[in-house]
Design a protein around this ligand. Structure first.
Ligand code: NCD
Length: 290
């Protein structure tokens, strides 16, 4: 039984192995290989991609799935997070996939829940399966990580995607930069001017401004954001020939990304979403390994 809480606790070899298994899943292997297992998806924060991509992965593996709906549950009667999770463990499910808005929500579960726990995102800390699908997409594109340059642009400070990715990408030998408005910067990372990043990077990864995590409204308008940090077709035309565009989604057309860039030739956004299913099949299989 193996949890997946943070990528930082996995070695580079383990990460590469998960990506290898995900590639096998992409080639159509592993279908129905976990038949009969029951998995519960407990999302205490909204999600489209992560939740239903886990759901698709579970169905491909032949699992039976429970999608918990917090809004229609006894949490509305005051039941706690811990008691809700403990209830699902008591049902006898074979794995739990959990997302919550609290950083490291899993701390209160460690040693008290005896079923594999897969982190589908905790607050602004970690999003291991998102990073794995990002890595899978980059590896497919370039065949390596070593020496690649990436700029992650936007709401870095509140982004679990940025935090997880930068830690693991640096370990894999990538050069990571951040860009975007001062108010969302995280000073621990190397800053690069946006237009310079667009011209020089191998990967431009855009982020959504996560208004729901902010106490204060953004100081600039969405039009100004788009003008200064939005990836427009004009900017895309200055990118290197082999450079690609990524975004974890949901994206805001006309803010961090222009409408026509979403599905342009350099965009790998829907490929990332596609890869997400295979990465999640791989981490589910890993959860049940000895
Ligand atoms: C991200 C998340 O939830 O952290 N989305 C995702 O999982 N694909 C990023 C976001 O919400 O902006």
């Amino acid at each position: 039984m193996k949890d997946l809480l943070q990528l930082s606790t996995l070695s580079v070899e383990e990460i590469q192995h998960i990506l290898d298994v995900a590639e096998l899943c992409r080639q159509g292997e592993m279908i129905d290989s976990e038949k009969g297992r029951i998995v519960a998806n407990l999302f205490f924060e909204p999600s489209t991609r992560t939740q239903y991509s886990f759901n698709t992965a579970q169905l491909k593996l032949g699992c039976k799935v429970i999608n918990f709906n917090a809004q229609a549950s006894s949490m509305q009667k005051g039941e706690s997070f811990y008691d809700t999770v403990k209830t699902f463990e008591s049902f006898g499910v074979d794995a739990l996939v959990i997302r919550d808005r609290k950083d490291e929500y899993y701390r209160e579960l460690i040693g008290r829940i005896h079923v594999p726990l897969l982190n589908a995102g905790d607050g602004k800390k970690d999003h291991p399966t998102q990073s794995l699908l990002d890595l899978m997409t980059i590896r497919q594109e370039f065949g390596r990580f070593e020496g690649l340059n990436i700029a992650i642009v936007g709401d870095i400070k509140y982004s679990r995607v940025a935090h997880t990715n930068i830690e693991v990408m640096q370990r894999l030998g990538m050069h990571c930069y951040v860009s975007g408005p001062q108010e969302y910067r995280d000073e621990q990372f190397d800053y690069i001017d946006f237009d310079q990043a667009v011209r020089q990077m191998d990967v431009i990864m855009l982020l959504r401004v996560q208004h729901e995590r902010h106490e204060q409204a953004m100081s600039i308008s969405t039009q100004e954001y788009h003008q200064k940090y939005g990836l427009t077709m004009e900017r895309v035309n200055t990118m290197k020939e082999k450079a690609i565009i990524m975004h974890p989604a949901p994206f805001n057309r006309g803010v961090e990304i222009a409408d026509e860039v979403v599905e342009c030739e350099k965009s790998r956004i829907f490929k990332q979403i596609h890869n997400g299913v295979f990465v999640r099949m791989a981490v589910l299989k890993r959860a049940w390994e000895d």
